[in-house]
Design a protein around this ligand. Structure first.
Ligand code: ZN
Length: 254
């Protein structure tokens, strides 16, 4: 009995039967693209910069000393330039093109889903593709934001001198697109959780809002306080790309 193949074929059947698929993606999808894990206990930024990763995205720390965040951010932007969307990112982009996928809710800030071709992506924690002045609200696009980030320790607004902040949600700030994400989850007839340990609310509350089937693909532990185990139709503890390549193979042969 090939468990990978049977899981992949069950998953493929669920996809065939569904036409309102929703994906919630988390850090596992970024690390499988080669983006260093910056929040985990062995995370590269804790080792390299000797800092508590929780502090990097702490809004009070940012207000006190934005240079602390920007030290990390420059490394993060450099990492982003080096990575590409994975097979799994492209898999979900193709489900959207087939008209089967309603949208993606992501906890990641790397915009790999958009780079893979997905168009309806709710970035729960914002992203790096724009930034704004914390005093006057002026905004900048990706290229300007990156240029300013590398030009000084702390980029400042040339209109008012205020500190510029990328459009990333910090701890202590409201997540984005919460209403739309809740709505999307309620509409889903097949809800995928991929690369998320379901540890952080409100994202962890989303799968249970769906009345449809639920598939969880994650290597490592999953918190089940927010998602009753009996609601999970398929739980796959496998490398994300390995699994979705197997699903893609079953679909191509069907
Ligand atoms: Zn300003």
């Amino acid at each position: 009995m090939n468990t990978l193949r049977s899981a992949a074929s069950f998953c493929s059947d669920l996809i065939e039967r569904s036409n309102r698929i929703v994906l919630l993606s988390g850090a596992g999808m970024s690390t499988s693209a080669g983006l260093p894990d910056f929040r985990g206990p062995g995370g590269i930024y804790r080792r390299k910069l000797g800092v508590d990763p929780e502090r990097i995205f702490d809004i009070d720390w940012f207000k006190r000393d934005p240079s602390f965040f920007y030290r990390f951010h420059r490394e993060f932007l450099e990492s982003l330039e080096k990575i590409e969307p994975t097979f799994a990112h492209r898999f979900f982009a193709s489900l959207e093109k087939e008209g089967k996928l309603l949208g993606i809710i992501t906890q990641n800030i790397d915009s790999l889903h958009q780079r893979a071709g997905s168009s309806r992506v709710m970035e729960f924690h914002g992203g790096v593709w724009s930034s704004f002045c914390t005093s006057c609200g002026r905004t900048w696009g990706y290229n300007e934001s990156v240029a300013m980030t590398f030009a000084s320790d702390v980029p400042r607004c040339d209109s008012c001198g205020g500190v510029i902040k990328p459009d990333i949600v910090f701890f202590g700030e409201m997540v984005k697109h919460l209403e739309e994400s809740n709505e999307l989850a309620r509409e889903a007839d097949l809800f995928f959780v991929v690369g998320s340990s379901l540890n952080v609310t409100p994202a962890a509350l989303l799968p249970a809002l769906s009345g449809g089937n639920i598939v969880v693909v994650n290597k490592g532990e999953i918190a089940l306080h927010y998602l009753p185990p009996e609601r999970i139709d398929l739980l796959v503890e496998e490398d994300i790309d390995t699994f979705f390549r197997a699903v893609g193979k079953v679909r191509a042969s069907g």
